[in-house]
Design a protein. Structure first.
Length: 381
């Protein structure tokens, strides 16, 4: 199967050179907008492109407000700060995730609690979440949910590879326990569950526009919010400086998480081509899916009632040996395949964190492989 897959990928990308996992595509107004920003001299933390980028993302996702920040980890961190996460708290999340999810929790002074995922979505299992809370959590008279005396301050489910988790059910479980939800939608720009964009189900959501994402600002992220949270997050991410013509007055411990205007210019141009890139991504996913039918590799398709962005296409190998053989043979041939992330509780800094039964996470860790997923040159919707 590896030989067939290598041939298929080379046909898709039309090259005998090395093929990376995911690279950005700049085929619109990126150079024009960046040049305009340079000419204006407003290349740093203020400028019209920041405002425009925030407005474009808010309108597209349906969020009440979108606040641009320097990267996805910063978006998660400031989201946790806005939710009131404090030193010594616990935050529910999944072990099958990129390390930035757990790191943001640690940056807020809290410890992650790892909940199992489900195979269909690769995202947090609402049933596993409910089971862990029922078995391990207690509720104070004031409604605070705790584990071994520590407050459970938030829940951070993640939309893996852009496939929407069953986030409405996760939010319902958390609501019943008085736990706010911050969606890690870093990989899910352009992904929908039903008629709602990922990142808009919980109280807050976080997006990433890193160079390897579907659309990019080079480095960048966004917090999606409704109600007063958005205004407070904007204030905190701009060093908590009160507006004044010339005085420097800061009324809280703030963060210099502002997205530079030059990066936002890139993002505005990328947003103009988002629909086109999403359509091509779906064609690429369908090409992989059809080619793999009848093979021993299971293509990871979008969940029911969802429209995934197919940021990274993925397959599930029969076992670890088959996964390792696929990774070795494709990479030796210059094809940039990758395993799924090492589970967070297998990393030394998170090895002692509380966790539930992670059987499905462990199973997936040994089998999932990502395939090259860049938008192929010359493809049209």
């Amino acid at each position: 199967m590896s030989r067939r897959l290598i041939s298929l990928i080379r046909d898709i990308y039309g090259t005998k050179d090395a093929i990376p996992l995911h690279v950005p595509i700049f085929a619109g107004n990126e150079a024009t907008y960046v040049a305009e920003t340079v000419a204006s001299t407003f290349v740093s933390s203020v400028g019209t492109y920041v405002d425009r980028f925030e407005a474009d993302v808010a309108e597209y996702t349906g969020a009440g407000r979108a606040v641009a920040v320097v990267n996805g980890t910063a978006a998660l961190h400031i989201g946790l700060v806005a939710l009131g996460v404090r030193h010594g708290d616990l935050v529910l999340t999944q072990s099958l995730t990129f390390v930035g999810t757990a790191n943001a929790i640690a940056h807020a002074g809290a410890r992650p609690v790892f909940i199992d995922v489900e195979r269909a979505t690769l995202g947090m299992s609402p049933e596993a979440l409910e089971d862990w809370l029922r078995t391990h959590a207690t509720r104070d008279a004031d409604g605070t949910t705790r584990h071994q005396g520590h407050r459970i301050a938030a829940c951070v489910p993640m939309h893996t590879f852009g496939h929407p988790a069953r986030v409405a059910e996760i939010v319902a479980v958390c609501d019943a326990h008085g736990i706010p939800v911050l969606e890690d939608a870093a990989e899910a720009m352009g992904s929908w569950r039903g008629d709602r964009h990922c990142g808009t189900f919980g109280r807050l959501g976080a997006l990433s526009f890193n160079g390897n994402k579907l659309i990019t600002t080079g480095g960048g992220g966004m917090v999606l919010a409704n109600g007063p949270d958005g205004q407070r997050i904007k204030h905190l991410t701009t060093t908590a400086k009160r507006p004044h013509a010339y005085e420097y007055v800061h009324d809280a411990i703030g963060y210099n998480y502002r997205l530079p205007n030059i990066n936002a210019a890139l993002g505005c141009a990328q947003m103009e081509r988002l629909a086109e890139m999403l359509a091509i991504k779906r064609k690429l996913a369908q090409t992989y899916r059809q080619a793999l039918e009848g093979s021993d590799l299971e293509f990871v398709a979008e969940p029911d009632d969802c429209r995934s962005n197919y940021w990274l296409n993925a397959v599930i190998a029969p076992d670890r040996a088959a996964r390792d053989a696929l990774l070795s043979e494709t990479n030796e041939a210059g094809i940039g395949t990758r395993p799924i992330w090492r589970l967070m509780h297998h990393l030394p800094m998170y090895a002692d964190c509380p966790r539930g039964d992670l059987a499905r996470s462990e199973w997936l860790e040994t089998r999932v492989v990502n395939l090259p997923s860049s938008v192929p040159t010359g493809w049209t919707p």
